[in-house]
Design a binder for this molecule. Structure first.
Ligand code: GLA
Length: 380
């Protein structure tokens, strides 16, 4: 990403001395809503990111400028800011202070090229950028796992979304050309080279973000916990849905509300799909990988009920164009679909999706070609 505009703005506001830190957004090939259930996910960092120019200012005050919002925020380290975007920075500060680490105020200008609200985790990128920067500037000695966990805690406590660890983990640990299969219970991970032969991955942005997203997210999480609470009365070793098999869950069919049963079954099956998809990728079996993506979408749409009309529409367009696999990505209720397709189908698919979506919704979906990029880092 070209960040000269960020440097220029910093120089204009605060002077010539600063460091630069960056963290990317993420995609997730498969494994949705499994992370907070202790299951598996398969994300990668992307080459779209947030960059901040930053420097300690020797006070207890933060002076932040959001380039993309064209707005300033000024707040003390222990004072909640009023601007929504500044909450992410504040949230990170609060979590660092909770760990009794010493930081000071700072001046910063940040911006990026991750489309906001498209389900590519701008928020995780923002959190990771600031944990990484504060760790670097104040020598906090945090590990990469600390970065991810601080970002996640900021999201829970300052923003109010009880997200899993996937987005922050991918943003921090991402490596160029590699996907991460993360076990969200043990936090062990394995890197998978991702250079699909004759295939491409493309995102289609519905450009809608239904405002149900945050509240429904927390409701889904509570439904999963409700399932676990019932099952663990009989099987005390069950701590998370990760510990439950489809057969075990079926034993409780009559004791759980119908929708809770459906949600839990989706999660359990999605976990199984992640493992199968990774095995398919290792054999370069993109056809099978794609089928599993479609199954994932079906589950997200019909069982977990986190899709929306626009995402379902774009997945249908993928099916009729012979795309190998497509599904909604991320928390749901809008954002992008992720599509895996043979390179020679690309042009026709994009043309059809653009025309059909424009006709149905009055605007073309935005198209992003995916490159798997590097995780959080200091630029200079
Ligand atoms: C959001 C959350 C993640 C994960 C996904 C769904 O992106 O931040 O933790 O739960 O939704 O897979």
């Amino acid at each position: 990403m070209d960040y000269t505009h960020i440097c220029r703005k910093f120089e204009e506001l605060f002077g010539k001395e600063y460091s630069l830190y960056a963290s990317p957004g993420r995609v997730n090939l498969i494994g949705e809503h499994t992370d907070y259930n202790g299951g598996f996910v398969f994300p990668g960092a992307i080459d779209k990111m947030i960059v901040t120019a930053i420097r300690p200012n020797g006070t207890r005050t933060v002076n932040a400028w959001s380039y993309d919002m064209n707005e300033a925020a000024r707040f003390a380290l222990d004072e909640k800011p009023t601007q929504g975007w500044a909450l992410y920075i504040y949230g990170v500060i609060v979590e660092i202070l909770k760990r009794e680490l010493k930081i000071e105020g700072f001046d910063c200008v940040f911006g990026g090229d991750i489309p906001i609200g498209s389900g590519l985790s701008t928020s995780a990128a923002l959190e990771s950028t600031f944990v990484c920067a504060l760790n670097g500037m104040f020598d906090l000695g945090l590990s990469k796992l600390d970065f991810a966990q601080i970002g996640q805690a900021a999201e829970h406590n300052a923003v109010g979304v009880r997200c899993g660890i996937m987005d922050q983990f991918a943003s921090v640990f991402g490596e160029e050309g590699k996907l991460i299969r993360l076990d969200c219970r043990s936090l062990e991970y394995e890197l998978f080279p991702f250079h699909p032969k004759n295939c491409r991955v493309v995102l289609l942005d519905t450009q809608v973000k239904h405002n149900l997203a945050a509240s429904e997210y927390n409701i889904r999480r509570a439904e999963c916990e409700e399932g676990v609470a019932t099952i663990s009365k009989v099987y005390p070793e069950v701590k998370l849905l990760r510990d439950v098999t489809p057969e075990m869950l079926t034993e409780f069919k009559n004791q759980l509300p119908e929708s809770t049963f459906r949600r839990c079954m989706y999660v359990i099956k999605e976990d199984i799909r992640v493992m199968e998809a990774c095995a398919a990728l290792q054999k370069d079996d993109y056809k099978r990988f794609g089928e599993l993506m479609y199954c994932s979408h079906e589950g997200l749409s019909k069982e977990y009920n986190v899709s929306c009309e626009e995402s379902d529409f774009l997945v249908d367009v993928a099916v009729r164009n012979g795309v190998l696999g497509a599904r909604m990505m991320g928390g749901g209720f809008g954002g992008c679909t992720i599509n895996l397709l043979e390179a020679d189908k690309y042009d026709a698919f994009i043309a059809d999706a653009t025309a059909a979506y424009s006709k149905a919704y009055g605007k073309a979906p935005k198209i992003y070609d995916v490159c798997i990029g590097q995780g959080s880092h200091k630029i200079k």
